[in-house]
Design a protein around this ligand. Structure first.
Ligand code: UD1
Ligand code: MG
Length: 448
């Protein structure tokens, strides 16, 4: 039996943020989501999140999480030992191992946790913990082990004397306990330390049978306590993602100027120009060229597409399209293959069929366009009457003249030509020419 508890009650004072620390985002996911994710493969029987500072906000964000977390309230927050004391009641009948994770250590790998669990179960220790040698161990608790590799005690940085502070073996804040043994020592914790808190780390000495696993990749156990560490972690993750995609056949012209979410997928021979950002779930097809200067969010882009200086959010784009410069594709813009979307064009919740051209200065919203439609510069679908959104239907092969306003709801048939400058308020049947503008009056010799 395995229970996982995540310490997520702390305020994160050093962040100086109105957001609880564990909800700070890192490459598109919160710190807490990342910590929980790395326990998925262990398939824990129970997942307990210890919340306190802004508990409701944390609960709200995590309650729909597939791991079915149980929330345990720690109020007030009197230290990591006090946090785990709150489990005495919900785990009163529990008999297995308890894996404790710090909610602010987000880069941990599932394999490392599996190794820790294995070591714990094979060694018969009361507690097994992750440790690492750090060049700069400042701020971390120091792990004091004897010649047999057993851990005697952990002393927090601020409670160390000068010689103890020279020890570079630090506590990562990740532990596996035999719960029935921890149950017995938790009530014995004392707050006789610099912070006057109950430290979980003090259980190590009380249990008297501790072992540790040293982690080689120290980034895995980096704790996030302030925004400098958050930024370092972000750039580390970004570097890892970029290197992955570079090795998979994606060219980045200026890699460090781009950011990628973990849920973005690229095909082969994609070229990403400088200053491009991929957020949420994105997929970019083979041979596409993105950027410079584009932000793509939750969108799917086909093969051989060119996107220049554009913002694309919640859109789907077919093969061989060209987008931009300066286009804005908004949620539910569904663009078929071979479509050209040019400068200063905004498209929202619209289906655009193959071969359409919307090249300049247009707004297309709540519209359905047939194939090979040419939308003249400055065309607007007036979709909103102040209360409700209405639909514009435009048939195949239409030519909509420049500066047209299509007042929705409206249906334009196939092969329709609309004269430039028209405000179209009535449906137009197949094969017609529609013009709706005042006639030009020219008075000659006006100045004489
Ligand atoms: C802790 C460890 C330290 C270790 C470091 C690793 C203790 C006493 N010290 O120190 O040995 O090197 O992590 O990153 O455990 N929290 C609660 N309730 C509380 C206090 C904290 O849930 O009352 C949570 C925080 O939200 C955070 C985690 O516990 O997720 C760790 O707390 P933090 O204050 O960051 O401890 P550190 O000083 O980093
Ligand atoms: Mg910390």
């Amino acid at each position: 039996m395995l229970a996982v508890a995540v310490l997520a009650a702390g305020k994160g004072t050093r962040m100086k943020s109105s957001l609880p620390k564990v909800l700070q985002p890192l490459a598109g996911a919160t710190l807490l989501e990342r910590v929980i994710k790395c326990t998925n493969s262990l398939e824990p029987n129970r997942l307990l999140l210890i919340v306190g500072h802004q508990a409701e906000r944390v609960q709200q964000q995590l309650q729909a999480h597939p791991g079915k977390p149980e929330f345990v309230i720690q109020q007030p927050q009197n230290g990591t030992g006090h946090a785990i004391q709150q489990l005495l009641e919900p785990l009163s009948d529990f008999k297995g191992d308890l894996l404790v994770l710090n909610g602010d250590v987000p880069l941990l790998r599932a394999e490392t946790l599996e190794k820790l669990l294995q070591l714990h179960r094979n060694s018969g220790s009361s507690v097994s913990l992750l440790a690492a040698h750090l060049e700069n161990p400042k701020g971390y608790g120091r792990v004091f082990s004897n010649e047999n590799g057993r851990v005697d005690q952990i002393i927090e940085d601020r409670d160390c004397d000068e010689s103890q502070r020279l020890n570079t073996l630090i506590n990562a804040g990740i532990y596996c306990f035999k719960w029935t043994e921890l149950q017995k020592v938790l009530p014995k914790l004392k707050s006789d330390n610099d912070q006057g808190e109950l430290y979980l780390t003090d259980t190590v000495k009380l249990l008297g049978n501790a072992t540790h696993l040293e982690v080689n990749d120290i980034s895995e156990i980096t704790g996030i306590n302030d925004r400098c560490q958050l930024a370092e972690c972000e750039s580390y993750l970004q570097k890892r993602l970029r290197e992955h995609w570079l090795k998979e056949g994606v060219s980045f012209i200026d890699p460090t100027s781009c950011t990628i979410s973990e849920e973005t997928r690229f095909g082969k021979d994609v070229v990403v120009e400088p200053q491009c950002h991929f957020r949420g779930e994105c997929s970019i097809g083979n041979f596409s060229k993105i950027g410079p200067g584009s932000v793509i969010t939750n969108s799917s882009i086909g093969e051989n597409v060119s996107v220049l200086m554009s913002v694309i959010n919640g859109a789907t784009i077919g093969d061989n399209c060209s987008v931009g410069p300066f286009a804005h594709l908004r949620p539910e813009a569904i663009i078929a293959a071979e479509v050209r979307i040019g400068n200063f064009v905004e498209i929202k919740k619209s289906k655009i069929a193959t071969g359409c051209k919307i090249n300049h200065l247009s707004y297309i919203g709540d519209a359905i366009l047939g194939s090979n439609v040419n939308i003249g510069a400055g065309t607007i679908t007036a979709n909103y009457d102040g209360k409700t959104k209405h639909i514009s239907l435009i048939g195949n092969q239409c030519k909509i003249g420049a500066n047209t306003v299509l007042v929705a709801p409206i249906e334009i048939g196939n092969n329709v030509v609309v004269g430039a400058g028209s405000t179209i308020t009535k449906d137009v049947p197949d094969g017609s020419l529609a013009i709706a503008r005042s006639r030009q009056y020219t008075k000659e010799d006006y100045h004489d």
